[in-house]
Design a protein. Structure first.
Length: 256
């Protein structure tokens, strides 16, 4: 295929990305991925399309090209329009290439909320602990803090402990849920006191997660605070507390 013929084929496939027929769009995505780097400049340009469905299909085609697109995507993440930056972050997450971590961490401070959200999700996919300091800082961003707490829980790095303890006492119930679970997963004893306090949380899943995490931490100071939750209004909390108390060596005969 000559260069002219190849460019014509790329144009045809690019146009097919806009087709209403899903099967045709999927075929175009696969074919453009096979075209390789020759198709990349036009695909990057397509990320500015006003139709989110087209932008997402374009991102899929870019990802299919493979790891050689990482550096161009990093450049697009720095300098493109918001829609380009958003999809560049998404693509870097799908590629899971470690070269994307630092640029994605920087994108957590992007002026556009959609880009910050995409960066959090991408960092979750990559799962690299190098992102932890940036994610901890992003807990202060009201737009993404719930997603950030979930990612910190998944990574499970000790550097997040202090921030998670703070999040456990905050007013966002979803952050508290993730923080209560994460502190047990990380296993740092600094979390014990805050987890004991979280047993009184108004949200049942925070209470349940706190009880489970206290069992993981194995600190017998949690026994007495756990006992009242044997009669919690939520049955799942009751069951978790029973298991937690058992793991901590408590027996029903010891109840006063």
């Amino acid at each position: 295929m000559s260069d002219a013929e190849q460019q014509e084929r790329i144009e045809q496939l690019i146009n097919a990305l806009r087709d209403e027929n899903e099967a045709l769009r999927n075929h175009a995505v696969a074919s453009l991925g096979q075209m390789g780097m020759e198709a990349l400049p036009q695909l990057i340009g397509m990320l500015e399309d006003e139709d989110a469905l087209i932008r997402e299909a374009t991102t899929s085609a870019i990802v299919r090209i493979g790891p050689e697109v990482v550096e161009p995507l990093i450049e697009a993440l720095r300098e493109g329009e918001w829609s380009v930056r958003e999809q560049a972050a998404s693509a870097l997450g799908k590629l899971k290439d470690p070269r994307g971590v630092e640029p994605l961490v920087k994108a957590l401070k992007d002026r556009d909320g959609a880009v910050r959200t995409a960066a959090v999700w991408a960092l979750e996919r990559v799962g690299d602990p190098r992102a932890v300091p940036g994610l901890v800082e992003a807990l202060g961003d009201s737009l993404v803090r719930e997603d950030v707490a979930r990612v910190l829980k998944k990574i499970g790095d000790v550097r997040a402990v202090e921030a998670l303890i703070e999040g456990l006492s905050g007013n966002n119930w979803m952050v508290r849920r993730h923080a209560a679970e994460a502190l047990g997963k990380i296993g740092d004893p600094r979390g014990v006191d805050s987890l004991i306090g979280a047993l009184q949380d108004e949200d049942w899943l925070v209470r349940r997660n706190a009880a489970e995490s206290l069992a993981r931490l194995g600190d017998k100071r949690a026994v007495d605070p756990l006992l009242p939750l044997l009669e919690d209004e939520n049955e799942m909390v009751q069951e978790t507390v029973e298991g937690a108390l058992s793991s901590l060596g408590w027996k029903p005969s010891e109840q006063t």
